[in-house]
Design a protein around this ligand. Structure first.
Ligand SMILES: [Zn+2]
Length: 286
């Protein structure tokens, strides 16, 4: 059987993004033009066209306002997972704040769908060395897996020497959680983040494709790919920000949808939960 890669979506709006956070005050979120419902519906239509199911890490803030969107995602057979509530970075929260908001989001998603939420992904991959304590809280709250660790060097996230493949990870408190780190390709001893988001838009498609192929074929492992609904929305309102943030957020928005279709044609995808079950790291779903 070929490798089942995980297709994942972080369901949030363009104004939630960490790269733009210094320029968008939280108090202004409710007065901004919402785009997340329309963009997520477009993603659902594309996934349906390719008969692909994926995992949607939904932000609690979005689920609270648009519960029908969460129901629509689940009704099409996708996995609902948790992206926290507020999109605050984990390492900027106290453990108590983190526990409260993560539980609030998990409960909300479970109330809406009537199913257990097993997966978690932190805002901007903010489980880093100094916030590994969050993994203990995830286990306590009943999460079976996490996909928040990015084994690269970056100004806002990353554990550069973290394990690259899905694995059982021991937490600082002596518990165990399954971790599916964001995928990187190995190139001459370097780790190249080829697994989605800004990298998918900024790197040439051939390089993404080469990197993902090298994970599937040379390493014979599945990769986990991620994107955001706003990444297929070139019409989104522009926010004034510094050049680096603008570069990261706006480059190639108009190319993402075509690239996504190419990716869905070339690789085999499923949910993160099923991928981890196939690897024997989680119990299989019925
Ligand atoms: Zn996010």
């Amino acid at each position: 059987m070929s490798v089942a890669n995980a297709l994942t979506v972080d369901v949030e709006d363009y104004f939630h993004v960490a790269a733009l956070a210094p320029n968008i005050h939280r108090d202004s979120w409710t007065s901004r033009e919402p785009r997340v419902v329309g963009n997520t519906q477009r993603l659902l239509a594309i996934f349906e066209q390719f008969n692909v199911r994926g995992t949607f890490f939904v932000l609690g803030w979005v689920a609270e306002r648009y519960p029908q969107l969460v129901r629509d995602i689940a009704a099409r057979g996708h996995e609902i997972a948790c992206h926290g509530f507020s999109h605050r970075l984990v390492y900027e929260q106290s453990p108590e704040e983190f526990r409260d908001e993560t539980l609030r989001s998990k409960n909300l998603l479970e109330d809406i769908t009537g199913s257990a939420v097993l997966g978690y992904r932190a805002a901007s991959y903010s489980i880093v060395r100094k916030s590994l304590w969050a993994l203990d809280i995830l286990v306590e709250l009943g999460f079976a897996y996490d996909s928040s660790i990015f084994p690269v060097r970056h100004d806002r996230y990353g554990i550069p020497d973290a394990e690259r493949s899905p694995h059982r990870l021991s937490t600082p408190g002596g518990k165990v959680i399954v971790e599916w780190p964001l995928s990187t390709a190995q190139v001459f001893g370097l780790r190249l983040p080829v697994s989605g988001g800004g990298y998918f838009r900024l790197l040439p498609y051939w390089l993404t494709r080469w990197g993902l192929n090298s994970i599937n074929r040379r390493e014979a492992r599945p990769f986990i790919f991620y994107l955001h609904p706003w990444e297929i929305d070139p019409e989104q309102p522009r926010v004034s920000a510094g050049w680096l943030s603008r570069f990261r957020h706006y480059t190639n928005l108009d190319k993402s949808e075509d690239r996504l279709q190419a990716l869905l044609r070339e690789f085999r995808f499923g949910t993160a939960r099923d991928g981890l079950a196939q690897l024997g790291l989680l119990a299989a779903t019925d």
